[in-house]
Design a protein around this ligand. Structure first.
Ligand SMILES: Nc1ncnc2c1ncn2[C@@H]1O[C@H](COP(=O)(O)OP(=O)(O)OP(=O)(O)O)[C@@H](O)[C@H]1O
Length: 563
C-alpha cells in the first residue's frame, strides 16, 4: 500500500458523493478506485493523486488548465474525464470506468501482440492523441499503463497531463524521446515518439531500447540505431519515422501519423486490417483479464466522516448524462461503433409484408424524429465536413475513401476524396471530385470528366458510391426510417427495413447480400452532428459493413470542379 493511498484512507478523505467499491490498482501517479456515484449509481474510476503530485505546485497549476480542457474533450479513444477534485485533504480525478485491461498488463501476460493488433492499438492511441492535441492537450506520459483496452478491442488513453513538472522523461523512460532526456517539455512529437515505442513493443515484446542505467537508457534513446529490422518490413517506415531522434523528422501531427498507419496497414494487410486487429486485441484483452489480477483489495470507505466540500467540483457532465439522459458522447463508445457484432439483432427480420410499411414503432418514432430534426438543423448550419469511409464485408466491393464534402441545397453534395477499391482495377489510390451529376477522376496530371448517371465500375462509380454511402442526408433518412431505435452508452442503435432505405448505395449493397433490413450504430457529437456511423447490411454469413467517421463540421473549404 503506497504512502499516498494510506494517507487518503487514514485521513478519512474520499471524494464526497461516491461510495468506494474496490481498489483497481496503483501506478506512477496514484491509486485508482472503482466507485459508485451516490446520486446516479454510475460506476466511475477515481484516481487519488499521490503525495508527490499533490505537493507539486507547478504540476497542480498546469493540471487545473488541463482539467478544464479535458472536461471538453470527448473522444472514443480517450477515457472520459468527469472532474478534478481538490481539497486541503487530497486531490483526485473522477473519470469514466473502463471495463478492460491496460496495455501494460496485456504485454506482460501475452508478449507480442502480432502486427494487426499492434496497428489497431497504435491507431487508437493516435486517434486519442489527435483529439487531445487539437485542444492543446499534450499527453506527456504515453506508456502502456496509460492505454486501456476495452472489451471491444478499442485502445483508450488515460492520464492526459499527469506528469510531474520536473521529470518528463521519468514518466515513462522506455518511451521517452531524446529531447525529454535533455530536459525539454513534453510536446506533440514526444507523444508520437512514445506511441511508436509502444507500437514497437507490441510488435517485438520489448521496448526499442534498454540499458542497465538511466543514463544508459538516455544515451540509447539519443544515439542508438533504431532497431527497425526487428519489425515486419511494411511497418519499418512507421517505426523509423516515429522514433526519429530528430523531432523534425517525426510526423508533424498525430493525424499525419494516423494517415501513414492507415496507408501502411491497408497496403500490407488489406482493408479489413482494423477489424481484424481489433478482434485480436479483444481476444488478448479477454485472455489477460482472465489471468490473475494483481491483488485487488476490498476497501472500506470511511463514510460518516464529515468531509469538506470539494473546492472545485462540477460533476455536471456525469450527472447530466445519467439523470437527464443526455449522452456523454465520446468516452463510452468508439469501440461499439466498430465491428463488434454486438448489434446482431436476435429478432427475426421483418416479414416482406411488414417491411412494406416502414412506419417507426411508437417507441422509435419520437426519439428518431427529434434526433433527425436536430441533426437536419445542425447539418444545415454546418454544411461541410471531412470524412473517412470504409466498406468491408462478405461480398466483395471493399472500398476506402477519405476527403471532405459540402452540402448543396437542392442538389447532391459536392465531394473531394482520395478513394481506393478492393478490386485490382481500383487498387491505386486516386483522387476524385464530385460536383452535381459529374465526377472528375485524376489520371496523372489530368482530370477526366465522367458522368455518374450510368453507374459503372470505375473510380467515378466508386466515388459515387462513397457519396451515397456517407451523405449526411442519408444518416438523417436512416433515423427517420428506423423501426426501432434505442440509446445506450451514447450510441444510438436502429433498424431500418431495406424497402425504406433512401440511399441508392445502401439499397444496392442490400440487394447484393440479399438483406431485408439494415442496422446501424450512430454516435453524435455535442452539436448533434454525426461523429461516426457504422451500418451493417445483411445478417449471418452475408454481411457488408459501411463505416464512416466525420470531423471538422463547418470547417472544410469549398469544392469546385477541377480544371
Ligand atoms: N478509468 C479506469 N477504468 C478502469 N480501470 C482503470 C482506470 N484507470 C486506471 N485503471 C486501472 O487502475 C490500475 C492503476 O492504474 P494507474 O493508471 O494508476 O497505473 P498503471 O496502469 O499501473 O500504470 P501507470 O503507472 O503507467 O499509469 C490499473 O490496473 C489500471 O488498469
Amino acid at each position: 500500500m503506497s504512502e499516498g493511498w494510506a494517507l487518503n484512507v487514514v485521513d478519512g478523505w474520499t471524494v464526497p458523493g461516491f461510495t468506494h467499491v474496490r481498489d483497481l490498482g496503483s501506478g506512477a501517479s496514484g491509486r485508482v478506485v472503482l466507485a459508485v456515484d451516490d446520486l446516479t449509481q454510475t460506476k466511475v474510476a477515481i484516481k487519488y493523486l499521490d503525495r508527490r503530485l499533490r505537493g507539486d505546485e507547478t504540476f497542480l497549476a498546469d493540471f487545473r488548465t488541463t482539467a478544464r480542457r479535458l472536461s471538453q474533450l470527448e473522444d472514443p479513444n480517450v477515457v472520459d474525464f468527469y472532474d478534478f477534485v481538490e481539497t486541503p485533504e487530497g486531490a483526485a480525478i473522477v473519470m469514466e470506468r473502463v471495463e478492460g485491461v491496460s496495455m501494460r498488463r496485456i504485454l506482460a501476460a501475452q508478449g507480442p501482440t502480432g502486427p494487426l493488433a499492434a496497428l489497431a492499438m497504435l491507431g487508437g492511441i493516435l486517434a486519442g492523441l489527435a483529439a487531445g492535441h487539437e485542444r492543446d492537450l499534450v499527453h506527456g506520459a504515453v506508456r502502456p499503463g496509460n492505454v486501456l483496452v476495452d472489451g471491444d478491442g478499442n485502445g483508450r488513453l488515460t492520464d492526459f497531463g499527469l506528469v510531474p513538472s520536473a521529470s518528463a522523461a521519468q514518466s515513462g523512460p522506455a518511451y521517452a524521446a531524446p529531447e525529454l532526456w535533455d530536459g525539454e517539455p513534453p510536446s506533440v512529437v514526444t507523444d508520437l515518439y512514445a506511441a511508436a515505442a509502444i507500437f514497437f513493443e507490441c510488435l517485438t515484446g520489448r521496448p526499442p531500447f534498454s540499458a542497465r542505467s538511466q543514463s544508459g537508457l538516455a544515451k540509447a534513446h539519443r544515439e542508438s540505431a533504431i532497431p527497425v529490422e526487428e519489425v515486419p518490413g511494411p511497418l519499418r517506415d512507421l517505426i523509423a519515422r516515429g522514433l526519429a531522434k530528430d523531432p523534425a523528422e517525426r510526423p508533424k501531427t498525430a493525424a499525419d501519423m494516423l494517415g501513414a498507419v492507415e496507408e501502411a496497414a491497408v497496403a500490407a494487410y488489406g482493408l479489413a486490417w482494423e477489424a481484424q486487429g481489433r478482434s485480436r486485441l479483444t481476444e488478448l484483452a479477454a485472455q489477460t483479464a482472465e489471468s490473475p489480477e494483481p491483488k485487488p483489495s476490498r476497501i472500506t470507505t470511511p463514510r460518516g466522516n464529515p468531509v469538506a466540500p470539494p473546492v472545485r467540483s462540477s460533476r455536471s457532465r456525469l450527472i447530466a448524462a445519467v439523470v437527464a439522459g443526455v449522452v456523454i458522447v465520446g468516452g463510452v463508445l468508439g469501440a461499439a461503433m466498430m465491428y463488434d457484432g454486438r448489434d446482431e439483432d436476435p429478432r427475426p427480420e421483418p416479414s416482406p409484408a411488414g417491411s412494406g410499411s416502414p412506419a417507426p414503432t411508437a417507441s422509435a418514432a419520437p426519439l428518431a424524429a427529434s434526433l433527425a430534426d436536430r441533426m437536419g438543423k445542425a447539418t444545415a448550419k454546418s454544411p461541410s465536413a471531412s470524412f473517412t469511409f470504409r466498406r468491408t464485408g462478405c461480398c466483395g466491393g471493399s472500398a476506402w475513401a477519405q476527403g471532405s464534402f459540402r452540402m448543396v441545397p437542392g442538389a447532391a453534395p459536392s465531394y473531394t476524396m482520395t478513394v481506393t477499391g478492393g478490386t485490382k482495377a481500383l487498387r491505386k489510390r486516386t483522387r476524385a471530385v464530385l460536383v452535381g451529376g459529374s465526377a472528375y477522376v485524376q489520371a496523372g496530371k489530368r482530370w477526366q470528366n465522367a458522368s455518374l448517371a450510368g453507374g459503372g465500375r470505375g473510380y467515378a462509380a466508386l466515388a459515387g458510391q462513397v457519396r451515397s454511402g456517407t451523405a449526411a442526408g442519408n444518416v438523417v433518412a436512416l433515423l427517420r426510417a428506423s423501426t426501432s431505435l434505442n440509446q445506450a452508452g451514447g450510441i444510438y442503435r436502429g433498424t431500418v427495413p431495406v424497402s425504406a432505405l433512401g440511399s441508392a448505395e445502401l439499397t444496392q449493397v442490400a440487394s447484393a447480400v440479399k438483406a431485408r433490413q439494415v442496422t446501424f450504430a450512430l454516435r453524435l457529437d455535442r452539436a448533434g452532428l454525426p461523429a461516426q456511423i457504422r451500418i451493417k447490411v445483411g445478417q449471418g454469413g452475408r454481411v457488408q459493413w459501411l463505416h464512416t467517421s466525420y470531423a471538422n463540421w463547418g470547417r472544410t473549404g469549398s469544392i469546385n470542379a477541377p480544371h
